[in-house]
Design a protein around this ligand. Structure first.
Ligand code: ADP
Length: 209
């Protein structure tokens, strides 16, 4: 259930000052008791507030985490994703390493001649390829990348929570955000642990309920 600004204000007031009479809440919002009545009825019915005769309204407290969960469940990947860094599968490991530094990312996505996703390169993939005597300028990234169909990906409409769970379960730093096309997956974004951390901060810093 979406609360109006006024309803959220009412909850704040009751939370801080409850038990408090309807009259008193109305005064603080410079509204009449009659104007406030529907809002108080909604909040009471929804379980945010409780009312006791001759005592007033008080905050039930039981819905705090429910509200937070509700908000978290509205977070979509698309609201938090970053710009993807993509290279062609024929570029050298050397160039991919340079790219990783220049773009300041930890994960690079690899695409074929149709610009569709074929692989993924992490820091350690590139480090591993750098150990040994091979000439990194002559090894194409498709030799060392993690390739389809083993790639975990998501779409912008997916819940951030579900994608975060994928990161944990697969023990990876990020996933490409893709759009499905006839000839494969088009990479439109990047969702990493950093994006999830940002979402958490946004949720925690939010003054609203
Ligand atoms: P690193 O190991 O460099 O810290 P990751 O934990 O993200 O980075 O990557 C671990 C391994 O998983 C790497 O071999 C990488 O290619 C692979 N990998 C990374 N992201 C994905 C993904 N979205 N789907 C499948 N494999 C991935």
């Amino acid at each position: 259930m979406d609360l109006s600004n006024r309803q959220e204000r009412i909850i704040e007031i009751v939370k801080e000052q409850g038990p408090i009479t309807g009259e008193n809440i109305a005064d603080q919002l410079s509204l009449t008791r009659a104007t406030l009545r529907p809002d108080l009825a909604i909040l009471t019915m929804a379980g945010y507030l409780d009312a006791r005769p001759r005592v007033g309204y008080f905050f039930t407290g039981k819905t705090g985490s429910e509200l937070l969960t509700e908000k978290l469940k509205k977070f979509k990947v698309g609201d938090f994703q970053s710009i993807p860094i993509v290279v062609d599968e024929n570029v050298s490991v050397y160039d991919a390493i340079v790219n990783m530094f220049l773009e300041d990312v930890g994960t690079i996505f690899v695409t074929n001649e149709n610009a569709k996703l074929t692989g993924i390169l992490s820091r350690k993939d590139l480090l591993r390829a750098s150990i040994g005597n091979q000439d990194l300028t002559s090894v194409p990234v498709h030799i060392i990348m993690t390739r389809m169909p083993n790639i975990a990906y998501c779409s912008a409409e997916d819940l951030l929570l579900d994608t975060a769970q994928t990161l944990i379960e697969r023990q990876i730093d990020g996933v490409p955000v893709v759009e499905e096309k006839e000839d494969g997956l088009e990479v439109v974004g990047r969702l990493t642990k950093t994006n999830v951390a940002k979402a958490l901060v946004e949720l925690g810093r939010d003054e609203h309920l």
